[in-house]
Design a protein around this ligand. Structure first.
Ligand code: GLU
Length: 427
């Protein structure tokens, strides 16, 4: 698989050519401000001590404090975290919120850890990076396999270390600790606002939009639920264990229950080992492998899991006309070129999933002003930020005849360089 940071650089260079960027500009956008790598010593429930590698990459803060999630995943490494930090800087610039870009990661598999062990990892992370993060410095948030609960532990440990109350040091927290209404569904909701804008532009009905979703964590589930409630047809879903397809349409709420009761959506039609084959055949439903969902016939494909799932190998088999990237970096540059060739519209991650960080920004604002916004207020402020960015990116894509990803890079890079120049960082 391609190195994630190399993938970022590939898109940066292709956009640099369109924009006619100088070497100094390209260097500035290729070099993180700081790469911090620390080893966390964590005690397992058995008493055994393990050492876990932890990362925080602070990519660029020209537009505001560093901002970005922390992932707990065995594949987290310096290259991945660096690439994701760069994407965060671009993402915040694309939706025009006054924040920079960062990302964190701890390399371990939380699925093999108890709740108490995960809490110890989170607290060890907060202690190790206590002087690197801060409400005006660097504000973490959830990402792959990290939750509001985990953000609560990090906040608590950070406040304990510094002896202060500082809810704005982290976003995506539980509501009880100053979290924002609408944050847990924000990434999906933001993606839906963008998709709705595109659908209207294309003159399509919601009922004509058959959707396949790869990944059924927080983002994939809420996207499925919101789209289903709007009248889109969910024809395929996949979690990490398996996929389900039905031309007649799947019920995301029932799939969610199946996942929580039996650990996989594939048990949607089953209770224990007994499966309702009659209902399954009525719905024309089939169980497939997770990656088969990527190449299902549909109108909208939503990768909502990990990076690098749409590759040079499967891009030619994608049968969607729109790809909405709710995951970060799901399409490799080689796959991107194939999708472009095949006239498949890709709504890039730095726009499609920017709803999450946008509501994180709202949460940070609420913490700093002491306000509490209703969910309706959160949505009413999120929608125009998402749709304005989409429309700006669409115009750039149209005028310059470049992909939506390149257009999003043009918009984001332009704003970051403008801030850097205003600071006198560039000659
Ligand atoms: N992890 C999310 C992302 O990749 C949210 C980051 C944040 O809220 O800071 O955009």
């Amino acid at each position: 698989m391609q190195d994630p940071f190399q993938s970022y650089l590939a898109t940066l260079h292709s956009t640099a050519a369109v924009l006619g960027l100088t070497t100094a500009d390209i260097d500035a956008l290729s070099t993180p401000d700081r790469i911090i790598e620390r080893t966390l010593e964590v005690e397992r429930d058995s008493g055994e001590k393990v050492s876990l590698q932890a990362y925080r990459v602070q990519f660029n803060n020209a537009r505001g404090p560093y901002k970005g999630g922390i992932r707990f995943h065995p594949n987290a490494d310096q290259s991945e975290v660096k690439a994701l930090a760069a994407l965060m800087a671009l993402k915040c610039a694309v939706v025009n919120i006054p924040l920079g870009g960062a990302k964190g990661g701890v390399a371990f598999d939380p699925k093999g850890y108890s709740k108490a062990e995960i809490e110890r990892v989170a607290r060890a992370f907060a202690r190790a990076f206590a002087n690197d993060i801060g409400p005006d410095r660097d504000i973490p948030a959830p990402d792959v396999y990290t939750t509001a609960e985990i953000m609560g532990y990090i906040l608590d440990e950070y406040e304990r270390v510094h002896g202060i109350s500082a809810p704005a040091v982290i976003t995506g927290k539980p509501l009880a600790l100053g979290g924002s209404l609408g944050r847990d569904t924000a990434t999906s909701q933001g993606g839906v606002y963008v998709l709705e804008e595109l659908r209207i532009r294309l003159g399509k009905e919601r009922s004509d939009m058959r959707v396949a979703i790869h990944g059924f964590g927080n983002v994939g589930y809420h996207a499925a639920r919101i789209l289903h409630s709007l009248g889109y047809r969910i024809v395929a879903l996949a979690d990490s264990k398996g996929g389900l397809v039905s031309e007649r349409g799947l019920d995301p709420m029932a799939a969610h229950r199946a996942k929580h009761e039996t650990h996989s959506i594939t048990n949607l039609y089953c209770e224990g080992s007994v499966c309702d084959t009659v209902k399954m055949s009525e719905d024309a439903a089939r169980v497939v492998s997770p990656n088969d969902v990527l190449t299902m016939s549909c109108d909208v494909l939503i990768p909502a899991a990990l990076d690098g799932v749409i590759t040079e190998e499967n891009a030619k088999d994608i049968r969607a006309s729109i790809v909405l990237e709710l995951a970060n970096g799901p399409t490799t540059p080689a796959a991107d070129a194939i999708l472009k060739e095949r006239n498949i519209l890709v709504i890039p991650d730095i726009l499609a999933n920017a709803g999450g960080v946008t509501v994180s920004y709202f949460e940070w604002l609420q913490n700093r002003t002491g306000e509490r916004w209703d969910e309706e207020v959160v949505h009413a402020r999120l929608r125009p930020l998402m749709t304005d960015s989409f429309n700006e990116i669409w115009s750039i894509h149209d005028e310059r005849d470049i992909t939506l990803r390149q257009a999003a890079y043009v918009l984001g890079i332009g704003r970051i360089l403008e801030a850097m120049r205003a600071r006198g960082k560039q000659q």
